[in-house]
Design a protein around this ligand. Sequence first.
Ligand code: ATP
Ligand code: MG
Length: 381
Amino acid sequence: MGFARTCSVALVGVEGVVVEVQADLEPGVAAFTLVGLPDKSLSESRDRVRAAVVNSGGEWPQKKLTVGLSPASVPKAGSGFDLAVACAVLGACERIDPRVLADIVMIGELGLDGRVRPVRGILPAVLAAADAGYEQVVVPECAAAEASLVPGVSVLGVRSLRQLIAVLADEPVPDEEPEAQGRPDPLLAGLRVPGTGAATGMNSMGAAQPDHGHDLADVVGQISARTAVEVAAAGGHHLFLEGPPGAGKTMLAERLPAILPLLTREESLEVTAVHSVAGLLPPGKPLIDVAPYCAPHHSATMQALVGGGAGIARPGAVSLSHRGVLFLDFSNRPSGVRVTRLGPSCGHPVPVNRLPPFLSARRREHAGRHGWRGAGWYSTT
Ligand SMILES: Nc1ncnc2c1ncn2[C@@H]1O[C@H](COP(=O)(O)OP(=O)(O)OP(=O)(O)O)[C@@H](O)[C@H]1O
Ligand SMILES: [Mg+2]
């Protein structure tokens, strides 16, 4: 018989809810039950955790094991609970002192070999843990920099479950091979959010970071358009640009982030949290302190624009451009996409509203005959 508990965090949108992970061992036929509204990927953590514990030199208890995730009413998704489940089980079978585990929040996926893998949304998870009063957080080593952005929390980055067991049991910490330098984690590398105009890559200028090579000084002439860009930047206004092809509308829009002020610390954490949930943070530079820029392709679907997804939400272009610039170039947008649904009536907390409906092909033709040439962009505040 044994009982241990530790904590992890469930993500609801881009906000975290601290979840208590409890493990209970009873005499009986060996079994492993996971309760507390887990989704499919979390249910599979039973097999990952068992393999990781055994491959980390631990002994799997041959008893009736129940792991509960509390509060049971909050749906839990993803593999980020693996580390907490493994440690709760090891605490219940007294491989680790259960008293050490109670006040620690653990976030990370386990590989079958016991390696600790990164998950999306580390920053909002650690923010939630700090808000709930927790002061110690364990995360995958490659996400330690991201977790350390949260003030008042001491962060332990681990490469493997073996290392974490050694730290918690006060034993010498074994050395583990680090991830290859400069290579982003295969889980997150090359991840694209289709249609949002955002993607991670090998370079440090990931999706979240606007290209500061763009300078408003490159724009020749266009005095009134430049003034409009400056006024929009100063006041956080929406802006509509109209002009013939090649007039420089896209060029002006791309240069807006460069004249926006740096984000405050609070805004940076907000924006970084959204990009963290999207899995778009560039490796090695987790904090986004400049206004993001998002230019979704004109054929982007509604889901790519407003986000969605089952389990852990996948932010769309609107959320990814939070506190920055969302550039909607709709001169070629098919009339079938109803962007008017972005308005408040759909109940989605989008920072952009009052977007004009796109013109139907017939009205576009009519407008074209009367001088309408469409391309527009909006800044979000
Ligand atoms: N005022 C300008 N100063 C300097 N270069 C300019 C200017 N206007 C246009 N250009 C050049 O023309 C190119 C095309 O401009 P841009 O793509 O911004 O036009 P656009 O108005 O967005 O066209 P479209 O309606 O086809 O999207 C720019 O990349 C830039 O090299
Ligand atoms: Mg253009």
